[in-house]
Design a protein around this ligand. Structure first.
Ligand SMILES: NC(=O)C1=CN([C@@H]2O[C@H](COP(=O)(O)OP(=O)(O)OC[C@H]3O[C@@H](n4cnc5c(N)ncnc54)[C@H](O)[C@@H]3O)[C@@H](O)[C@H]2O)C=CC1
Ligand SMILES: O=C(O)[C@@H]1CCC=N1
Length: 308
């Protein structure tokens, strides 16, 4: 007892105890204090006036809705044109709707061309002095410049996942496009997911298949899984749930730090189990050839569509 009391009351022990107490309080206070985030680059506010020709359509309305949802663009700076009645995103308060592409062009600094490639030849637009941003598959930048009078033309290929802000959007700019307008294009497409400038227009033609059409490929894989499971007698609800999980959830492995696809495949092959058996058979049956042929077909179709 004496020893204990002596220890607890000894001046040096008391000093150490007070110091430890102060340190632990300081740590505790730091933990509770609201963290002030490090200053980051604020998302770019889009001050340019944007007009989307064909903005009633599938992709145009997805882009319009993504940019509005981001809060980066005042709806009053957005004009949407279409051939049908005003509907969908065009009904957002503040957004201007028109059936006149001339009016759209006059009201816009950036004219987004989101009509089908086969409808481009009927489109008459004088966009001199504007930035023209095409999402159309297959139509060359020079052709767009010639037909619209715009020197600053950007070609891009978003994909259907723009509707859920998960598009991967490559874009290519003609040399005349200013650095400011390039930043604007990047900011605009970042509201739809990821975006990346590519150095050659041929990359855009290539990406029509890989990324533009690619949003449908996971669904094709899921459908094949479902069909096989149904053929083995599994209940549809279960088959659909399981296939969606394999494709949408297990694919998140690719986002991890060990997400290199070829490494994941090789690891599974090296494991020499059931997965290796499935992968080897799929490869033997021409999986890679089927993918390559599909991508080539998409590119060929884009060329055919642009020819009218
Ligand atoms: N849907 C997709 O996932 C992707 C589409 N694209 C490209 O985006 C473009 C648009 O495709 P979608 O939205 O899917 O087609 P869509 O057919 O859904 O929309 C096109 C819209 O343009 C309108 N339109 C046609 N001519 C017009 C004109 N003169 N003035 C105003 N509006 C006009 C149509 O009425 C329609 O609402 C196409 O060139 C396509 O190649 C590119 C990548 C992905
Ligand atoms: O299927 C299409 O034609 C459009 C163009 C690229 C992706 N979707």
């Amino acid at each position: 007892m004496q020893l204990g009391r002596g220890l607890l009351t000894s001046p040096s022990i008391v000093a150490v105890a007070r110091l430890l107490d102060r340190l632990s309080r300081a740590t505790f206070d730091r933990a509770l204090r609201p963290t002030i985030p490090e200053p980051e680059d604020a998302p770019m506010t889009i001050t340019a006036r944007i007009g989307i020709v064909g903005g009633n359509g599938w992709l145009g309305s997805a882009i319009a809705s993504a940019v509005l949802a981001s809060g980066r663009l005042d709806p009053a700076r957005l004009t949407i044109s279409g051939r049908s009645d005003r509907r969908g995103t065009a009904e957002t308060p503040g957004v201007h709707w028109t059936q006149s592409n001339r009016e759209l062009t006059e009201r816009s600094d950036v004219v987004v061309l989101s009509v089908r490639p086969q409808d481009f030849s009927d489109l008459s637009i004088d966009a001199r002095g504007k930035l023209v941003l095409s999402v159309m598959a297959g139509i060359a930048a020079d052709t767009i410049a010639e037909r619209t009078g715009a020197a600053e033309v950007v070609r891009s290929i978003p994909n259907a996942a723009a509707a859920i802000r998960r598009s991967f959007t490559p874009w290519y700019a003609l040399p005349a496009v200013s650095a400011e307008n390039k930043a604007l294009v990047q900011a605009l497409f970042e509201t739809c997911g990821e975006a990346a400038e590519v150095p050659r227009e041929a990359h855009i033609d290539y990406c029509v298949g890989m990324t533009g059409s690619g949003a449908a490929f996971p669904a094709l894989l899921a459908s094949a899984l479902i069909d096989h499971a149904l053929a083995q007698g599994l209940p549809r609800d279960f088959a659909e749930r399981a296939a969606r999980s394999v494709v949408a959830d297990a694919s998140q492995l690719l986002r991890g730090e060990n997400g290199d696809p070829s490494r994941i495949v090789q690891e599974m092959i090296d494991y020499r189990g059931t997965t290796a058996a499935a992968l080897a058979t799929m490869q033997d049956k021409g999986f890679a050839d089927a993918v390559a042929a599909g991508l080539d077909a998409a590119g060929a179709k884009a060329t055919a569509l642009s020819a009218g």
